[in-house]
Write a protein that binds this ligand. Structure first.
Ligand code: AMP
Length: 299
């Protein structure tokens, strides 16, 4: 089964303590779509401006990502720039220029509306609603978000939560949303807002799932050197959704393993700037790290 992914398709300018790279291919949907493409077919929904480089469209195509839902609009592509501290778990957004997505309101092609697995990757909650409104009874809907939307679009986000199956956010966003700095207290509060599954990401410390059958502590793959963690969260959720879409059995029986696959896919993302490393790996590279992670966590 395929995964429908809506989110930002962006140009990212990224500064780390070691290097600076302007206008790389980025965006929540780009990272998630490439990650999911290792496991299942992907339908991308997004909007880019006329300045979007053709080589980035070719990159999506090399990953066999269906671009029927990607519109090229008059104006500029979403541009995000961020700077990392020496401890790369800490990042500062320098600029967010919405460009064409400020007024983007896609009408989904008929073929997209029947997708069973829907990832509402990080983008304005009003757009996440708009896409969900057009879907015909999806089996599993996951949404991600970011501090910007908690700051400027909280009412829309709160209305979205009862409509989705799984909400994914990072620990500082969970803290901001619930005013709880204890992750388990935050998970409990977020369930009360609607979603049956909640995943809190903790950067290089992995993630925690809270589901009807209990908690799952998902490790991050241990990396000795980090190049650029931008998009790791999107790669995690994209890999997880791609795996779920093709796995046999129920969501409950597959979601833990799916998180491990997401976690490993995200580890490759951190080893290169933007999508540079993720676009060079094969499914076999992912399988190798999954086996290593399995050994590391057995006790
Ligand atoms: P992550 O490192 O997983 O938080 O994702 C970073 C990616 O999200 C970058 O590629 C950005 O282009 C994209 N991004 C940054 N800010 C936003 C935002 N407010 N909404 C949607 N996507 C964003």
């Amino acid at each position: 089964m395929s995964v429908l992914i809506v989110g930002t398709t962006a140009l990212d300018s990224i500064k780390t303590p070691k290097a600076e790279n302007p206008r790389l291919l980025g965006g929540s949907a780009s990272h998630a779509a490439v990650a999911a493409s290792f496991f299942s077919p992907v339908k991308l929904v997004g909007g880019v401006g006329e300045d979007f480089p053709r080589k980035y469209l070719d990159l999506y195509r090399r990953h066999k990502i269906d671009l029927t839902g990607l519109q090229i609009l008059p104006g500029k592509t979403f541009h995000w720039s961020g700077e990392y501290e020496l401890n790369m778990n800490n990042r500062r957004t320098l600029a967010t220029e919405l460009g064409v997505i400020e007024t983007f309101s896609p009408t989904l092609p008929e073929s997209h509306r029947k997708s069973q697995f829907v990832l509402l990757a990080n983008i304005a909650p009003s757009l996440q609603h708009h896409v969900l409104d057009q879907m015909q009874r999806p089996k599993f809907v996951v949404a991600d978000t970011m501090d910007l939307w908690l700051n400027i679009a909280l009412p829309d986000l709160l209305k979205l939560l009862p409509r989705i199956d799984c909400f994914v956010l990072n620990d500082s966003e969970a803290d901001q949303l619930t005013k709880e700095d204890n992750v388990f207290a935050a998970l409990k509060k977020i369930h009360k807002l609607g979603p049956k599954y909640v995943i809190i990401k903790k950067g290089s410390h992995g993630s925690i799932l809270s589901a009807p059958q209990g908690f799952f502590i998902c490790p991050a793959y241990p990396l000795h050197t980090l190049c650029d963690p931008t998009g790791a969260g999107d790669s995690f959720v994209g890999g997880m959704m791609g795996y779920l879409a093709t796995a046999r059995g129920s969501i409950d029986s597959n979601i833990r393993r799916a998180m491990i696959y997401g976690s490993v896919t995200a580890s490759f993302c951190c080893e290169g700037f933007g999508l540079n490393r993720t676009t060079k790996i094969k499914r076999a590279d992912i399988e190798k790290r999954v086996k290593e992670l399995e050994k590391l966590t057995k006790f």
